[in-house]
Design a protein around this ligand. Structure first.
Ligand SMILES: Cc1ncc(COP(=O)(O)O)c(C=O)c1O
Length: 425
């Protein structure tokens, strides 16, 4: 029997067929224990932006380990490299999101963003505002509050999550959920009106924040319809509800700009980030907040005598050193130009699928795409056929997600597209 209970896997199935063991990586490719080589068209879990054995990140980690392999940021201490990372991120983040709390995973960043939003609301005299709005199809993690916010049933089943803290609203999935003849704009307006009705029905004075991914990833690469984020932000502002942008996937170039918020004109009060912050080479996450949120949090914390939150590995110096080097590489590669070039190549490669009889929609922004087939059965068949031909994609019901590392060559992208087209038949 397997000694490891594998995430999002049926343990009984692994007793019969153990998972594929990956033993090495190079660029966009990984090799399994039997010597099979795959292009990982998903950068692992939307995260290994610089590939699977990036030399410069290995050196950054090793140099930092030799100098200071661990220290914390509790009770009047911190590390030089963690402070340098904070300055670098504050300079890069959009708007006034210059204040950071660190963690080790995206789920943790989401949990912490919720704590900070509640703290900030209480800090400005709104202690009754505790509940959070989240969307159907959202993925915000799999711990407790983050799992409750996730709007995918398989993350909820059997776990008794704190569902009463969450107010659920609809997802912006135009092709599947628009009414007959409803334009993209009219659909967005309807979702925004439904959001406001929900807020009024539930009571704005009970709601701390809304959380949303600028582009929904694990829910099927759902791009926001025109006018959606503009309308959502206007409603939230009017009702004193904070906006948390969950940029765990979209952060660091994926949608074409440094942050998804910049691509879609979103000015959040808090932002979560992880994954591509370190090219996934070290588990590091962060929550950024605006100066106003930071002030309210500081007022509230001061009432208690401290910010009563912290984790042993938050702001880990090795993670901070890796993140700083990752940011330096992104700057050198001219991240936005690079993802535009990669994205154009991917769009050209996927174009023939737009005419395919089994394809319902091809969605893409920046260097992330989703090809939605006519059914989950087709999605599964095509995804498995692509894996048999040497390309990993993510199967999300009827949609195959594509999110390759930024170190992909034009030929790698062409190969992903060729395999996908052949697999679609
Ligand atoms: C948008 C979003 N938020 C949060 C998470 C959770 O991150 P982690 O798996 O690092 O806990 C994910 C993971 O895919 C994600 O896509």
């Amino acid at each position: 029997m397997n000694a490891h209970l594998h995430p999002f896997t049926d343990p009984r199935a692994t007793e019969v067929a153990p998972p594929r063991e990956i033993v090495s990586g190079e660029g966009v490719r990984v090799t399994d224990a039997e010597g099979n080589v795959f292009i990982d068209g998903m950068a692992g879990l939307w995260c290994a932006s610089l590939g699977f054995a990036p030399e410069r990140l290995r050196r950054a980690a090793s140099d930092q380990m030799a100098k200071l392999a661990y220290y914390h940021s509790f009770k009047g201490r911190t590390t030089d490299v963690t402070e340098r990372l904070s300055k670098a991120l504050a300079a890069r983040l959009p708007g006034d999101l210059g204040h950071l709390v660190y963690g080790t995973s995206g789920s943790e960043a989401v949990e912490v963003a919720i704590k900070m939003a509640r703290y900030a609301q209480a800090g400005r005299g709104q202690e009754g505002r505790t509940r959070i709005i989240a969307r159907t199809g959202a993925y915000h993690g799999s711990v407790t509050m983050s799992a409750a916010l996730t709007g995918l049933q398989y993350v909820h089943d059997g776990f008794h999550l704190p569902a009463s803290d969450v107010i659920r609203v609809g997802r912006p999935h135009w092709v599947d959920e628009a009414g007959p003849g409803e334009s993209e704009r009219a659909f967005a307006d309807r979702l925004v009106a439904e959001l406001e009705e929900m807020i009024e029905a539930e009571g704005a004075d009970t709601i701390a924040a809304m959380i949303g991914e600028p582009v929904m990833g694990a829910g099927g690469v759902l791009l926001p319809p025109e006018g959606y984020w503009e309308g959502v932000q206007e409603v939230l502002r009017r009702h004193g509800i904070l906006l948390i942008a969950d940029e765990v996937i979209t952060g660091f170039g994926r949608t074409g700009r440094w942050f998804g918020c910049e691509t879609y004109g979103i000015a959040p009060d808090l932002m979560t980030m992880a994954k591509q912050l370190t090219g996934a080479v070290f588990p590091l996450s962060a929550v950024a907040m605006t100066g106003a949120v930071r002030d309210s949090v500081a007022d509230r914390a001061h009432e208690f005598g401290m910010l009563g939150h912290g984790v042993t590995y938050g702001g880990h110096p090795v993670g901070a050193a890796v993140a700083l080097e990752t940011l330096a590489i992104y700057e050198e590669m001219k991240l936005e130009e690079r993802t535009a070039e990669l994205g154009a190549r991917l769009a050209a490669g996927l174009a023939p699928l737009r005419q395919h009889p089994d394809v319902r929609e091809v969605r893409q922004v920046g260097f992330v795409a989703g090809v939605q087939f006519d059914s989950a059965e087709t999605g599964l068949r095509v995804g498995e056929a692509a894996e048999a031909r040497g390309v990993f994609l993510r199967i999300v019901g009827p949609t195959l997600a594509i999110c390759p590392p930024y170190v992909a060559t034009p030929e790698d992208i062409d190969e992903i597209c060729r395999v996908l087209i052949e697999s679609a038949g």
